[in-house]
Write a protein that binds this ligand. Structure first.
Ligand code: UTP
Ligand code: MG
Length: 493
């Protein structure tokens, strides 16, 4: 993890990033696509934690966007396995399409195309971190806290890591005396040259002013002498007790020690209830626009609890509480309720007055979750499978809003050879989809269980002749009977 230096920014600063950049660069070269792989995000601004991903963007030599950018991303995605990456997940249905992959060292990599704003806002965050050691310390503590509370995910109606960083920077500008100056304001005040950056995230070409005061070494040290622990307490107190979310915006761009920023005077639309966290450069982007009521209440409640822990037991109590929390590995899948698309962790009939609802799958490990997530955005018949990582909070909200059936879906396969045959046979009996049966046949094959393989092929035929496609309603079709089993055994013997 390197310190920010504006001459070095954009060059890989740790060996993890160097390896990732070199491999993706080699993939692009092999495809004959001219451009640079540029790291951004927490690996470039000193804010990475042990569980941070490695964010990189491929900047093609020629400016591309929309379908052309997506095409390049798809080509690189196909090429990545030849360069040591595995477990490729497509997330193309997003305002910034990305690919997730695991590099040979086990690091999770997020790759997108031409994210110039991401590069510039990472530079800005890096410059703030360079001003004072405590900035990075508090930002990292806040992000760790939010992750351990499962409050980092916009698909669950919470906030992104980056949004928590902006919350922290804004608080440090408002602390007394301020720990941070406003670097954007300083650049405007001193007539710096414009740094105009083009972005097309909103479906049209927008140009944003990305200048800020870069000569941080010329700025005087802050008069604030608080410890990082005291600042962290101040952070939680500020947002739970002092900040008026109903009228003000968290606005790093316009922050001053004394004056608050009205959220109703900014470029993006605002409501009284909704929170407003303005991106410092992309003024149309309110980073809290997807933060739902339950999410907001939860963030404030967990902040109040963090403050209580810090006040009663200091950082030690804060850390030991955090490390006692265990993550669950989950995906949720949006389904059309009326059409019964899947039989996963399923909304029950009471929920069917809605057009769509989320089904949830809970995995035993991060690896299994990832394996299934690799299916994201595949077409299954007329359906596109959309899978989103989520937290227990999302399931809790869904359970509060509608009834759910809890179904045990995955056949529990033991790896002990003597149990495999039994489990495959039992699996056929309870299997309700072609995919499940195929998986069991594969298992039988890989264990050289010829009889069970035959039995599975027969079961597959039954499902296919009953016209059941894996995407259709998973009503229970005829199961193999003991006569079927006897017949298959005889045929095989
Ligand atoms: P991340 O969510 O990965 O944040 O977004 P991070 O700062 O790297 O944090 P960790 O350590 O992985 O948890 C990566 C980068 O994407 C850009 C920011 O530059 C951010 O640092 N970004 C993210 C945006 O520009 N806008 C967003 O809404 C989210
Ligand atoms: Mg990141």
């Amino acid at each position: 993890m390197g310190r920010w230096d504006r001459r070095n920014f954009g060059k890989a600063q740790d060996s993890i990033v160097t390896n990732v950049v070199e491999r993706i660069q080699a993939a692009a070269k092999h495809l004959g696509i001219d451009g640079d792989v540029v790291p951004f995000g927490s690996h470039t601004n000193t804010l990475c934690n042990a569980n941070s991903d490695c964010d990189v963007t491929f900047v093609p030599r020629e400016d591309v966007w929309g379908e052309a950018a997506l095409h390049i991303l798809k080509l690189i995605a196909q090429e990545l396995p030849s360069h040591g990456f595995k477990s490729i997940i497509h997330i193309f249905q997003a305002s910034i399409p990305i690919i997730k992959a695991i590099d040979p060292g086990g690091v999770e990599v997020d790759l997108c195309i031409g994210n110039h704003l991401g590069i510039h806002n990472s530079r800005l965050v890096a410059a703030y971190c360079q001003l004072d050691r405590r900035v990075g310390e508090v930002c990292r503590l806040v992000k760790q806290w939010a992750k351990s509370e499962e409050l980092v995910s916009i698909s669950d109606g919470h906030l992104t890591s980056y949004a928590y960083t902006l919350l922290t920077l804004y608080f440090l500008m408002k602390s007394s005396p301020p720990l941070l100056p406003n670097l954007q304001d300083l650049a405007f005040g001193s007539g710096h040259d414009s740094v105009a950056v083009v972005d097309r995230k909103w479906g049209q070409k927008m140009t944003w002013e990305c200048k800020f005061w870069e000569d941080v070494e010329l700025l005087p040290k802050s008069l604030n002498v608080d410890s990082s622990e005291k600042l962290l307490r101040g952070f939680f107190r500020f947002y739970t007790e002092e900040f008026d979310w109903s009228t003000h915006a968290v606005c790093v761009r316009l922050a001053t020690p004394k004056q608050d920023v009205s959220k109703f005077n900014l470029a993006a639309p605002a409501t009284k209830e909704g929170w407003f966290i303005e991106d410092p450069f992309d003024l149309r982007h309110n980073l809290a626009s997807n933060c739902i009521k339950e999410g907001r209440q939860r963030i404030l409640a967990r902040m109040a609890e963090a403050l209580r822990l810090l006040e009663e037991g200091g950082l030690q109590a804060f850390h030991s509480y955090r490390s006692s929390k265990k993550s669950k590995f989950m995906l949720k899948c949006r389904i059309h309720v009326e059409k019964d698309a899947f039989d996963l962790h399923f909304p029950s009939s009471a929920t069917r007055n809605k057009e769509v609802a989320d089904a949830f799958i809970i995995f035993k490990s991060k690896e299994s979750q990832r394996q299934v997530h690799e299916l994201n955005e595949r077409m299954i018949g007329e359906w596109q499978l959309r899978l989103m990582p989520c937290s227990t909070w999302a399931l809790q909200d869904a359970l509060a809003a509608g009834e759910y059936q809890h179904l045990e879906v995955a056949p529990k396969i033991s790896t002990k050879p003597e149990n495999v045959a039994d489990q495959v046979r039992n699996g056929y009996r309870s299997a309700t989809s072609i995919a499940e049966v195929k998986q069991l046949i594969e298992l039988a094959r890989s264990n050289d269980l010829k009889y069970e393989e035959q039995l599975g092929l027969k079961r597959l035929k039954q499902l296919e002749s009953s016209g059941q496609a894996p995407s259709s309603a998973l009503a229970t079709p005829a199961k193999p009977t003991s006569e079927d089993e006897a017949e298959s055994r005889a045929a095989y013997q």
